[in-house]
Design a protein around this ligand. Structure first.
Ligand code: GSH
Length: 211
């Protein structure tokens, strides 16, 4: 399978889960600023919205999945033995999907216009306040259990860790101690391998462009 990624974005969540599952994905780097790809492919033909992540199910084919939640859930559902997501059709899964949707809509997508400085001061203050409230919900969950969804690492930990963009969006959550402790623990997981792969891919792409 081929995964389209971009530096420091939500595609990292998929890399983390692929690493947890021991999957060897073929990575393609998309450079958001000039819209080129590390393999020379036309990313607009891959995803017309120009968003990563995209998972091409077969490296040469055009059967693809977009949307972080969908890709994460697909990988976890197809490897049930890893216990990275509750079984589909259960109440636990409905609650879990609620958490993933919360992360996408109340956290990831709230950061983006702030990071891109697209908002008025009033809009920025409103959005930061929403982000602080959303992170507080997660901080409260972490007072009850060591991981976002309970007693074990799941795809929701990978997704929330990836979208900890509070410094880049100027959102102060330094008072949320449980979240800070959880993040430190997460930093020690195979996440680091995902980062290294991504950084190497981004650096190689940049070298080719500037050569
Ligand atoms: N609805 C998509 C949104 C993905 C998304 O926002 N991707 C960002 C990175 S986190 C992106 O590719 N941005 C590139 C750009 O805006 O040019 C999802 O949840 O996966």
């Amino acid at each position: 399978m081929k995964l389209y990624i971009a530096n420091q974005t939500c595609s990292q969540a998929v890399q983390i889960i692929a690493n947890e599952l021991g999957l060897d994905l073929d990575l393609v780097h998309f450079y958001v600023f000039d819209r080129t790809t590390s393999d020379g492919s036309d990313f607009a033909a891959v995803n017309p919205l120009l968003y990563v992540p995209v998972l091409a199910l077969e490296s040469g084919g055009d059967d693809r999945l977009t949307e972080t939640i969908t890709i994460l859930s697909y990988l976890a559902d197809t490897h049930p033995e890893a216990g990275l997501i509750p079984a589909a059709g259960t109440l636990d899964r409905a609650k879990f999907d609620q958490l993933l949707t919360f992360t996408a809509t109340e956290i990831a997508q709230k950061h983006i216009p702030l990071m891109r400085r697209l908002m008025t001061d009033e809009g920025s203050a409103w959005t930061r306040n929403k982000l602080i409230k959303a992170y507080t919900v997660l901080n409260d969950r972490l007072a009850q259990a060591p991981f976002i969804a309970g007693n074990r690492f799941t795809v929701s930990d990978a997704y929330v860790w990836t979208t900890m963009w509070h410094e880049r969006s100027g959102t102060d959550i330094s008072h949320l101690d449980n979240l800070a402790t959880w993040k430190q623990r997460m930093d020690g997981r195979p996440v680091v391998k995902a980062l290294r792969e991504e950084a190497a891919m981004a650096a190689e792409h940049k070298t080719i462009k500037t050569a």
